[in-house]
Design a protein around this ligand. Structure first.
Ligand SMILES: [Zn+2]
Length: 538
């Protein structure tokens, strides 16, 4: 414990203290369906006004905001923006702003390239996009770009905000009385999911962890986040679950928990990664355990036809969820009458989405790219027409489900990344992987940055696999040594990368493949190339 304490930064301690102070208020008075519905209707009705107020406070009144320079370069002052939004509505106004240069690509957002619009060049850093209106109650750390890791500030207000739509989503599924559990990695990100459910009285009964919280080498932050949450819950008189290790390759304990709840006449509901659900259902099938009636909410990875079929094969019901940390959590949750395996209703009260429609327009984005605008004041980042590297089909035709009746009429499906890598439930934007592929491996085994690539694919069971692609032109190489060097290079980080290393090794996710790295249509080699993003084998 003393060693743990020494490794915890002042920043982590300050987060913990604010969390302890704020938790009782979040947990003591759980949100009701009636309150959630009333607020949703008000926010949908005030969508334009809420956007304008947010831009006024976070952009026009904030000299540090890169968006201020983009609006100026587009010749759009506060009065012009208000007139445009009132005249054309929010979505049409956002499309016009995109064409006028008010948007950010992933490369610009992460500070890899400046945002150049005409004669204006704006240097953007993720820190400048931090929402000036929020207090940081939790600091989430993500694998950073070539510099230090990115800190994502989370306020308890944003947890309350996302709890509202989660409450309505579960209610629409008839799920408020289910027995809930979470299966993920320990740390603040999973803590946030647990707290979000607790905020409307659906506190998870179990918190299963893919990584052993007591594993050596794991940053103490992951253990302490759970401890602090437990104390905060006790202060509020709410018993919050403690993470229990369930290895990703053998999730039998979760299968048994689900079967037990079903036997007692209840409905087990597990929130987890799509590939983890596939393994759980395959384990149940192989053991002859009936999971008919079990419910899954699947996030973090594409809910592909094959993954969906694997869950349905044991009689369980999968519903997809689309969320990102940067956009403040859930962007949309599953349609209840879906025609596509990963169809979700956009939470139009908290987010707006537009698309370039044709490729090669401003920012050279794919036509199906999602340009995301965040509409709620507790979002960690201010995002206006921001690309986080995802693309999808956007549809408006009626589906007739309960989510639509709540006022969420726009749906997204076939959501795929064209940029980031998501595997085994974890996301990398680039960061250490690029360093390893460009510097570490070439230095040791020869070749250059274009000779190594990490490619995500699905195996025949729908599980995530990563191929470490090495160009055969480099001649004979010891594949085990390459893999070891890859893990060693990613391992030293004490944060998320470390968790991923433990997880990947455990699950045997990564394999060396000797073939020429894949090129994209533009001819550029992507380090983190997703075969799915290209519409290839599914
Ligand atoms: Zn629907």
């Amino acid at each position: 414990v003393i060693g743990d304490l020494a490794a915890i930064s002042r920043h982590d301690l300050a987060s913990a203290w604010r969390l302890l102070r704020g938790l009782p208020a979040l947990l003591r008075h759980p949100l009701t369906v009636e309150e959630a519905g009333a607020t949703l209707r008000a926010h949908l009705a005030q969508r334009e006004a809420r956007f304008l107020s947010l831009v006024q406070r976070t952009v026009y009144a904030n000299p540090a905001s890169p968006y201020r320079a983009l609006f100026r370069a587009a010749g759009c002052e506060a009065g012009d923006l208000a007139a445009l939004v009132q005249r054309e509505g929010l979505d049409a106004a956002l499309r016009r702003l995109y064409r006028a240069g008010v948007y950010l690509t992933v490369d610009e957002l992460k500070g890899r390239v400046p945002a150049v619009r005409g004669s204006t060049a704006v240097e953007v850093t993720p820190a400048q996009l931090t929402n000036p209106l929020i207090s940081t109650d939790l600091a989430l750390h993500t694998g950073g770009t070539r510099g230090p890791e990115t800190m994502v500030p989370i306020s308890l207000d944003s947890i309350r905000e996302s709890a509202r739509n989660q409450c309505l989503f579960l209610h629409a599924r008839g799920g408020l009385g289910w027995t809930h559990a979470v299966y993920g990695i320990p740390g603040w990100a999973a803590s946030r999911v647990v707290l979000r459910h607790a905020a409307f009285g659906a506190t998870p009964a179990h918190w299963f962890s893919q990584v052993d919280p007591s594993a050596r080498g794991l940053h103490p932050r992951y253990r302490w986040s759970a401890r602090i949450m437990g104390w905060g819950g006790r202060l509020a008189g709410v018993s919050l679950p403690w993470p229990r290790h369930v290895p990703p390759e053998n999730p039998r304990r979760i299968v048994d928990w689900m079967a037990g709840v079903l036997r007692r006449g209840g409905t087990p509901h597990l929130r987890t990664f799509a590939s983890a659900a596939v393994t759980i259902c395959r384990t149940a099938g192989e053991a002859g355990v009936d999971l008919a009636g079990a419910q899954f909410t699947l996030g973090s990875e594409p809910c592909t036809p094959r993954r969906r079929a694997a869950v349905e094969a044991v009689g369980a019901h999968p519903v997809p969820s689309y969320a990102t940390l940067e956009a403040g959590g859930p962007i949309g949750d599953g349609c209840l009458h879906p025609t596509e395996p990963d169809e979700v209703h956009l939470y139009a009260d908290t987010h707006a989405v537009i698309q370039p429609v044709t490729s090669g327009g401003p920012g050279e984005l794919p036509g199906r790219a999602l340009l995301l605008t965040v509409l709620f004041p507790s979002s960690p980042f201010v995002l206006i027409n921001a690309s986080l590297g995802d693309q999808a089909d956007v549809v408006d035709r009626p589906c007739g489900c309960a989510m639509e009746r709540l006022g969420w009429t726009t749906r997204l499906h076939t959501i795929r990344s064209f940029e980031k890598l998501t595997a085994g439930g974890m996301t990398f934007l680039d960061g250490s992987i690029i360093r390893v592929l460009e510097d570490v491996l070439p230095a040791r085994f020869g070749g250059g940055p274009n000779d190594y690539q990490l490619v995500e694919r699905e195996d025949e069971h729908g599980a995530s696999r990563l191929d470490l692609v090495v160009d055969p032109a480099l001649g004979p190489l010891d594949e085990a040594a390459i893999l070891r060097a890859f893990f060693e290079a990613i391992g030293p980080g004490a944060g998320v990368e470390r968790v991923m290393t433990l997880d990947w090794q455990a699950a045997g996710l990564v394999h060396v493949r000797r073939r020429a790295p894949l090129a994209t249509r533009s001819g550029k080699i992507f380090h983190l190339h997703s075969t799915r993003a290209q519409g290839a084998p599914e």
